[in-house]
Design a protein around this ligand. Structure first.
Ligand code: PMP
Length: 426
């Protein structure tokens, strides 16, 4: 028995499923989750002292690698001044100013403590601002676990085959309309049907919770014009893409301005942080200036702000995002070539520092339907054999992979060599 196996059985005695977030339990791939003891740069180390090249990166936040010395230092300095005050601090202003500087459409921003809070609050704000109840989301997009958003969701909800969770009143779910990602005709059709009842569209501008699926040409532009036409709020959920596909997020990469943006992951530098922001006139609709209530005891926590602000400062230096995209590209091309040589049908997607690969004979994957039709059994085998080779990929075929600034050319080459070996065994 490995130490991870031992810890997992112990964990199951006192934590539901042994984990504090479902995908961590390896439900999508079977087997025992690795219990991590420490992480440094691009590597994580498990309880059995095995080292892994890590492409999960805490599900996105670790874009600068694990335990970055300057972020660690910023946190330690903040700790010296106290852990939480529940009163305003100057660091929160610096953070808001930095976010405004980097994210093109954000004029005002409010900090929260998770991505779920960010999307939940943005939806409430859009509903309050427009006075409408219905929202439109896309099949396979995951926006956290708030009631209205756990309808046809991706990520763990998709992996576990429970896209509609019990505990959500049908009366809530009925206000959530869903159509296919990347299909603008379906969006237009549903707006024709519901006319002026739709408060907002919420979308992952690059879907990362049904593997990695970029928007097809014209899709995001189409959403912008439908929202303009119907006076609906366009929300980009950039919890995953923010500061990752480009410094200014997907809205900078594709040059489309949403009305509201949700942020998370990278913005906390590894601490629990989320944020939502956007146009002044909409953001001023939240309390205390506006009527829509939203709050948080630990929102803008000084330790979390110190970590996040330092992460954003470091990310703003140099050509980091071009380098990240070059790494994603090298990884995808390497996987593709090795798979071709082994006669394994595969296709890949990448945007900036996020990537995905699909076991399919399709030439490209750009829909939820296609993502779910891939060879999941082959993915499971691939995942476990890669673990044996010391490569830690997301434990689900419905998650994007992440590179960090700390992954070296040698790490990428080692990963491709491992994949080449594994493809031959599939
Ligand atoms: N939106 C997106 C696009 C996400 O990927 C996630 C988390 N994976 C969330 C929202 C929810 O964030 P959190 O898990 O921090 O609540």
């Amino acid at each position: 028995m490995t130490i991870s196996q031992d810890l997992f059985s112990r964990a199951q005695e006192s934590i539901p499923g042994g984990v504090n977030s479902p995908v961590r339990a390896f439900n999508g791939v079977g087997g025992t989750p690795l219990f991590i003891t420490n992480a440094e740069g691009p590597y994580t180390y498990d309880a059995d002292d095995k080292k892994y090249i890590d492409y999960v990166g805490s599900w996105g936040p670790m874009i600068l690698g694990h335990n970055h010395p300057e972020i660690k230092q910023a946190v330690l300095e903040a700790v010296e001044r106290g852990l939480s005050y529940g009163a305003p601090t100057e660091t929160e202003i610096l953070m808001a100013e930095k976010v405004k500087e980097l994210v093109p459409s954000i004029e005002k921003v409010r900090m929260v403590s998770s991505g779920t809070e960010a999307t939940m609050s943005a939806i409430r704000l859009a509903r309050g601002f427009t006075g409408r109840d219905k929202i439109l989301k896309f099949e396979g997009c995951y926006h956290g676990h708030a009631d209205s958003l756990l309808v046809k969701a991706g990520s763990g909800a998709l992996t576990m085959g429970v896209p509609n969770s019990p505990g959500i009143p049908a009366d809530f779910a009925k206000h959530t309309l869903t159509v296919a990602f990347n299909d603008i005709e379906q969006v237009k059709a549903i707006f024709n049907e519901y006319k002026d009842e739709i408060a907002c569209i919420i979308v992952e501008p690059v879907a990362g919770n049904m593997n990695c699926i970029p928007p097809v040409e014209g899709f995001l532009e189409g959403l912008r014009s439908v929202c303009d036409e119907h006076k609906s709020v366009l929300i980009f959920d950039e919890v995953m893409t923010g500061f990752r596909v480009a410094l200014g997020g997907a809205q900078a990469y594709y040059n489309i301005q949403p009305d509201l943006t949700c942020l998370g992951k990278v913005i906390g530098g590894g601490m629990p942080v989320g944020a939502f922001g956007g146009k002044k006139e909409i953001m001023d609709f939240i309390a205390p200036v506006g009527p829509v209530y939203q709050a948080g005891t630990l929102s803008g926590n000084p330790i979390a702000m110190a970590a996040g602000l330092k992460a954003l400062e470091l990310l703003s230096q140099g050509n980091l995002h071009q380098e990240l995209e070059a790494k994603s590209k090298a990884l995808c091309e390497g996987f593709q070539q090795a798979a071709n040589e082994a006669g394994i049908p595969l296709t890949t997607n990448y945007v900036g520092g996020m990537f995905g690969f699909f076991f399919t004979t399709a030439e490209s994957v750009n829909s939820y339907q296609q993502a779910t039709e891939c060879d999941l059994e082959r993915f499971k085998k691939f995942f476990h054999l890669m673990l044996e080779e010391g490569v830690y990929l997301a434990p689900s075929a419905f998650e994007a992979g992440f590179v960090s600034s700390m992954h070296t050319d040698a790490d990428i080459a080692d990963t491709i060599a491992a994949a080449a070996k594994v493809f031959k065994k599939l």
